[in-house]
Design a binder for this molecule. Structure first.
Ligand SMILES: Nc1ncnc2c1ncn2[C@@H]1O[C@H](COP(=O)(O)OP(=O)(O)O)[C@@H](O)[C@H]1O
Ligand SMILES: Nc1ncnc2c1ncn2[C@H]1C[C@H](O)[C@@H](COP(=O)(O)OP(=O)(O)O)O1
Ligand SMILES: [Mg+2]
Length: 210
């Protein structure tokens, strides 16, 4: 039986009223989502929310909700949709109160249903940036990150499982947004600065009003 998750009612009215642009940031584990988001924040001042960071913060907080998450994340599987979406909503509301002018939602959606539920409950994404990197490169980068990250999921066994989850659950997200004409596929094998150049060229087309 699936574990029951604690949920509370979240009033989304202020978030919907603000109607700020939302960008989904998708890519395999180690594709450079976090790295590029830091650079986007520095240039455009958008609010960066990483679903993985929100989950790790929840674990650290010692909440009952957090306690259920560690085992799932160490197994390389996806956390239940409602848990992630509630954390994202709560973080977005806090940022809106502080005057956020738009969001980078990093590591979300990781399955098509997550995208559909987010967009039906909150607002449509403006664009989906997909960082496209070969598996071999992802493994190399994650093993490099493992040396300093302290992350329980940066080890070869969990990395293999996370890659499997990416192929089975998240690759369909890429196809889904491509068919909607919202996908920006970025070859992310090159240097951080070269990739950022492509990111900027794409964001500049749609962020002139931010
Ligand atoms: N373009 C790149 N070339 C080489 N290494 C990179 C590049 N982008 C990110 N990295 C490194 O790869 C690792 C994973 O990057 P990260 O931004 O954490 O990816 P993600 O958030 O998609 O898992 C980090 O150690 C980061 O420094
Ligand atoms: N949107 C989401 N839905 C379900 N599980 C998620 C999720 N975002 C993150 N997780 C869970 C499963 C991931 O393997 C783990 C770490 O995510 P992450 O920090 O975004 O990884 P990375 O930046 O290496 O791609 O947290
Ligand atoms: Mg990340």
């Amino acid at each position: 039986m699936a574990p029951t998750v604690e949920r509370k009612k979240i009033d989304l009215a202020p978030l919907k009223a603000a109607n700020v642009p939302i960008f989904f940031i998708v890519g395999g584990p180690g594709s450079g989502k976090g790295t590029q988001c830091d650079k986007i924040v520095a240039k455009y001042g958008l609010t960066h929310l990483s679903s993985g960071d929100l989950l790790r913060d929840e674990v650290k907080s010692g909440s009952p909700r957090g306690a259920q998450l560690t085992a799932i994340m160490e197994s390389g599987a996806l956390v239940p949709l409602e848990v992630v979406l509630d954390l994202v909503k709560e973080a977005m509301l806090i940022a809106i109160e502080k005057g956020s002018k738009g969001f980078l939602i990093d590591g979300y959606p990781r399955e098509v249903a997550q995208g559909q539920q987010f967009e039906s409950e909150i607002q449509e994404a403006k664009l989906v940036l997909f960082f496209d990197v070969a598996e071999e490169t992802l493994v190399k980068r994650l093993l490099g990150r493992a040396e300093t990250s302290g992350r329980a999921d940066d080890n070869i066994d969990t990395i293999k499982k996370r890659l499997h989850t990416f192929v089975t659950s998240t690759a369909p997200v890429v196809d889904y947004y491509e068919s909607k004409g919202k996908l920006v596929r970025i070859n992310a094998e090159g240097s951080v600065d070269d990739i950022f150049g492509v990111v900027v060229a794409n964001l500049d087309k749609v962020t002139s009003k931010i």
